[in-house]
Ligand binder design. Sequence first.
Ligand code: 1HE
Length: 265
Amino acid sequence: MTQNDLHFDMRGSVAVIRLSRPNKRNALGDALILALRNLFETLPGEAKAVVLHGEGDHFCAGLDLSELKERDAGQGLHHSRMWHAALERVQYGPVPVIAALHGAVVGGGLELASACHIRVADDSTFYALPEGSRGIFVGGGGSVRVPKLIGAHRMLDMMLTGRVYKGEECTQLGFAQYFEASAGADGNAQGKGALNKAIELAKRIAQNEPMTNYALMHGLPRIAEQPADHGFFTEALLASVAQSAPEAKARIKAFLEDGKDKVKA
Ligand code: 1HE
């Protein structure tokens, strides 16, 4: 399916979504943001995990600046809220989302990446928040999500000074959980290293019990915002729901009786 510069296909139980606007570096115009929202709201039930990536040399150049026409304050507010609604569907949709990041992950591209659950970077990946130098502000949830990854102090520096982060150290700083080194002369071309790793992880995640995945992606970020006492209670509720699924009981029996899925160091 290709619609509004968004490509979608199923690879087994993994839904692969590609931003397909390479000539504009996958810049996110309103139509693309709305298509993304629509796609996450209508994912087929067979999809147990999503991989999100970008076509061409970059993941995403952020907001389509050509659409940044003269908006009054009210229109600006609604535009930002439209991004919030779309990225909320990414973070709190039905299944975990793994972002394969290559090339530019900038502005709204970093906001989109930070709404995903797992980020995989590679040699080509770089992160920036050019809003500061363009005289605008983040509007796609970046001020809430990005500091949770890298700290408010680092985000502030990026926006004030235009600092660009690149390389494996970004993984330690929190931008991504995985870093794929170049696989050879052209083995990592156009982010294939990150994409292949993201698909491998998605396939692994897709094998988990769906209710456990759902409880993790919906529960953990909310528990993190709750006072400890509320968090313990939410945890107990989620634990009781997850463990009562028949699939969970079957998996525990398979371990106890056959040693299936033993943890390996
Ligand atoms: C664009 C955009 C865009 C490229 N909106 N058209 N984001 C930014 O400020 C980042 C702006 N983009 C860049 O800094 C660079 O394009 C890149 C580093 C991402 C890639 O560089 P490069 O050399 O590969 O491509 P290019 O030649 O700069 O761009 C190719 C074309 O894409 C060119 O158009 P053309 O008609 O001349 O071929 C560019 O104008 C176009 N293009 N990026 C529109 N972003 C919810 S609030 C979020 C707020 C933000 O995201 S602000 C940050 C916006």
